[in-house]
Design a protein around this ligand. Structure first.
Ligand SMILES: Nc1ncnc2c1ncn2[C@@H]1O[C@H](COP(=O)(O)OP(=O)(O)OP(=O)(O)O)[C@@H](O)[C@H]1O
Ligand SMILES: [Mg+2]
Length: 230
């Protein structure tokens, strides 16, 4: 492994450690089904092109969704860190070798957001009343749209039919990302069909319809019992 490759790997590990617990970080790509793995690679590759595509991971409790999300983040960081380092190296920025790691660290931190469902709701709630922050949250992002990735774990957690204003904020947020085709990777405990279907969320129709838009997101359904039972 050359030096740059080691640095890229280390940056990727650090970003994953910031957001995910050790149980999720321990899962490697070797443990993931090959069909799911190839969809992930395709979706992450597309983030570096002009047509970013999202991922919607649906599956029961314990089926490995959050672990897959941590793999997605690791892979994404490897790609953007490598691209950034090569760019700086090519530009011949003075003192690049010393600055490279530190700068790339900052660059990686700025280029993704990890939210649990509750974090996202809290964030949207906190900016609700603040016009300045609200406008920055919604309108500054497109400038970085091709790169910045938003990961939302456990969407709909604790959902009940009385979601009220929470839903209208989430509705606005997902509509915004859909309209601007901004990268979005989501996990949820809901399924694709049947009684537990994501389509059966009362009041979520507009949100779910956008998330199920196959031009915007690739849906992956995990059909397995919980790993925690074994
Ligand atoms: N492919 C895998 N092989 C073996 N163990 C796995 C695999 N994926 C996940 N695990 C383990 O199974 C447990 C559950 O995984 P994880 O938390 O990712 O599932 P989840 O679908 O996000 O669950 P929940 O719906 O409760 O949030 C974790 O301890 C994780 O380490
Ligand atoms: Mg989870």
């Amino acid at each position: 492994m050359d030096n740059m490759e080691k640095q890229v790997k280390s940056l990727s590990n650090q970003m994953v450690e910031r957001s995910f617990s050790v149980q999720h970080r321990d899962v490697t790509f070797d443990l993931v089904e090959s069909s799911i793995k190839s969809s992930i690679f395709e979706a992450v590759d597309s983030l570096l092109t002009n047509e970013p595509r999202g991922l919607l991971l649906l599956g029961p409790v314990g089926s490995g969704k959050t672990s897959i999300l941590s793999l997605v983040l690791g892979l994404y960081i490897e790609k953007i860190a490598e691209r950034y380092m090569k760019f700086i190296q090519k530009e011949g920025v003075r003192g690049w070798e010393e600055r490279l790691y530190r700068d790339t660290f900052g660059y990686c931190c700025e280029n993704y957001h990890f939210y649990t469902h509750d974090d996202l709701v809290s964030k949207l709630r906190s900016i609700k009343e603040d016009t300045q922050e609200r406008s920055e949250f919604f309108h500054r992002e497109p400038a970085e749209a091709s790169r910045k990735l938003v990961l939302v774990d456990d969407l709909g957690r604790g959902y009940d039919d009385k979601g009220g204003w929470n839903l209208s904020l989430l509705d606005e947020y997902f509509d915004y990302r859909w309209k601007n085709q901004l990268p979005l990777f989501i996990t949820t405990n809901k399924g694709a069909t049947g009684n537990n279907s994501i389509r059966n969320w009362t009041g979520w129709e507009r949100i779910v319809d956008r998330l199920c838009d196959s031009k915007f997101m690739t849906s992956i359904v995990i059909n397995r019992e919980s790993f925690r039972k074994r």
